[in-house]
Ligand binder design. Structure first.
Ligand SMILES: NC(=O)c1ccc[n+]([C@@H]2O[C@H](COP(=O)([O-])OP(=O)(O)OC[C@H]3O[C@@H](n4cnc5c(N)ncnc54)[C@H](OP(=O)(O)O)[C@@H]3O)[C@@H](O)[C@H]2O)c1
Length: 340
């Protein structure tokens, strides 16, 4: 029998729940499983009951791998407990943004930079969901012909903002339905997003802080540079929340270093690991978030030339933000850790 690892999953929101599913589906060699959140209770996932313990530093005793999917920030799970887990001998894989740009912390998408896992000093960061699917698409083209410029507009689902955002969208939709679809301006009590999302889209994910760009837009720039080890790629982003439950879409414009035809790009994608090419627009075939929900791959379509710029190409990139954008990528990192 192979070695087993004691695993902790921290947080049982939309990402934490998906982590429990992915660990099971991928037959991760789990010894003892500890599920931790702010309060103790039992939760049910696909018919299986998981006891949830209230988090404490001591809960990390004997844990080999700690997968963090708690809320970010000052009082978030990773800022408070990641170092406590590392002190007790665990390798932490964190889904939040708190450690991603720390030079001592590898930021990993296994299809791109799996070898960075080896450099960890206890903590490995999982990138932002919109960054993960974009770099999976960019990497094979970058390796072949280089990249000078990336302009991306994201269309991000409600679940990207956590379970309370999914609830907000549901509640807004039912209030609009109750009005007989006459009034599409609604107000709900628990607002997890800065605007109404039902019957709406808004270009505001993260905070504007001291820049014209949002923090989410900067994540796409800085995290891509770190993962691809190249900060010379010019990247500019607009991130938009759309009324989709799960599955982020991205319109990605690239200017390559050398000319490459769309046919060659499609050929490369069809042979790349973790990518499924869905590109037959004449037959209405292109990736859509409803089809990507529950899947682990990144779906790419609408590969086409810019009619005015020789090295310009458009890509349409879709992935499940809770799977490849979070839980699956984190568990894949854990698989790299145990193989090293
Ligand atoms: N949603 C996405 O698409 C996505 C993608 C990539 C990365 N992420 C990141 O993944 C993390 C989790 O996101 P989510 O969308 O799953 O959030 P969520 O649905 O809001 O769930 C948050 C979970 O974190 C737990 N939690 C909060 N503070 C905690 C603390 N101090 N100690 C222990 N547990 C704590 C909560 O516990 P209780 O249930 O007890 O309240 C809850 O279960 C965030 O850092 C997020 O930025 C999310």
């Amino acid at each position: 029998m192979g070695k087993k690892y004691n695993v902790a999953v921290v947080g049982v929101g939309v990402v934490g729940i998906e982590m429990l599913r992915v660990l099971k589906e991928r037959h991760f060699p789990v010894g003892k499983l500890s599920v931790l959140a702010r309060s103790a209770r039992n939760i049910n996932v696909d018919g299986a009951t998981y006891p949830v313990q209230a988090i404490s530093s001591e809960a990390f005793e004997g844990i080999d791998i700690a997968l963090f999917a708690g809320t970010e920030g000052e009082k978030g799970a990773a800022t408070t407990y990641a170092n406590e887990a590392v002190k007790r001998g665990a390798v932490v894989i964190d889904n939040g943004a708190d450690f991603r740009m720390d030079p001592k912390v590898p930021l990993v998408v296994p299809e791109v930079n799996a070898k960075d896992v080896k450099k960890h000093k206890g903590i490995i960061a999982n990138p932002n969901c919109s960054t993960i699917q974009m770099v999976v698409a960019l990497w094979p083209i970058y390796k072949k012909v280089g990249l000078k410029r990336v302009i991306v507009t994201t269309l991000q689902a409600s679940s990207g903002a956590g379970k309370s955002a999914v609830e907000q969208l549901k509640e807004e939709n039912s209030k609009i339905a109750e009005s007989g679809y006459i009034d599409v301006q609604v107000n709900v009590e628990n607002k997890a997003m800065p605007q109404q999302l039902a019957y709406n889209v808004f270009p505001h994910i993260g905070e504007f802080s001291d820049s014209d760009y949002t923090s989410e837009e900067w994540k796409l720039v800085k995290e891509t540079h770190k993962i691809m080890h190249d900060d010379k790629i010019n990247i500019s982003a607009t991130t938009v929340r759309v009324p989709v439950r799960t599955g982020h879409s991205e319109a990605v414009y690239i200017e390559t270093g050398k000319f490459i035809s769309p046919e060659k790009v499609k050929d490369i994608f069809s042979k790349s690991s973790g990518i499924i090419l869905v590109d037959d627009p004449q037959n209405n075939l292109y990736p859509m978030p409803k089809d990507a929900e529950g899947r682990d791959e990144v779906f790419i379509g609408r590969v086409r030339k810019d009619p005015f710029v020789k090295n310009g190409l458009w890509l349409w990139v879709v992935a499940d933000n809770l799977r490849k954008g979070a839980a699956t990528n984190a568990v894949e990192i854990a698989e790299c850790v145990i193989l090293n």
